[in-house]
Design a protein around this ligand. Structure first.
Ligand code: MG
Length: 182
């Protein structure tokens, strides 16, 4: 059974923007995302965001500003009766040597250790091939949503080494798949 559900942030929980999200006002939930996380809460599954935020490493925002954005995200989720069990951030820019920034699995392994979940008990839901690559490296189940960048990746096709990947419309459908009902 999947006990830990790892969520990419932008394009999965909140709406992908054409620019880096640096203002709490830019945070808007993907339709159905609040209810989906609430369903995970109710089913006793842990919901943890694992997010690359190179805007920090690039100097566009600091960790205090990022925390404000996450406060806003938590408030929007709380308004739908949903809560996160954690938010794990990698602030590194793409050019940094890092074991945490996806496609590296560092953040996923941290979450799995923190919640005592093995790879067979963990699923990663993402909108980017980087999320799937990180999940592959961590050995956990992979779900690609078509929100955010996901539709483009799904249309382009995935390399066989990432399979099996379940491709679904959005976070609500991913949670329905994991919980085995609608
Ligand atoms: Mg994303």
């Amino acid at each position: 059974m999947t006990k830990l559900v790892l969520l990419d942030r932008d394009g999965v929980v909140n709406v992908e923007r054409p620019h880096y999200i640096t203002d709490p006002g830019d945070v808007e939930l993907v339709p159905g995302a609040g209810l989906a996380i609430r369903r995970l809460n109710a089913a006793g599954r842990r919901a943890v965001i694992v997010t690359n935020q190179s805007a920090v490493g690039r100097g566009l925002i600091d960790m205090v500003g990022l925390e404000r954005i996450h406060d806003r995200l938590r408030a929007l989720l709380a308004a739908e009766g949903a809560q996160l069990d954690g938010v794990i951030v990698c602030p590194d820019p793409p050019w940094a040597a890092t074991v945490r920034r996806k496609p590296a699995p560092g953040m996923l392994l941290e979450a799995m250790a923190a919640h005592a979940a093995g790879p067979a008990e963990t699923a990663m839901i993402g909108d980017d091939v980087k999320d799937l690559e990180a999940a592959c490296a961590a050995g956990c189940r992979r779900i690609l949503v078509k929100t955010g960048k996901g539709a483009g990746f799904a249309a382009h096709g995935l390399v066989p080494t990432l399979e099996p990947v379940a491709i679904v419309d959005d976070l609500a459908a991913a949670v329905a798949l994991l919980l085995g009902s609608r």
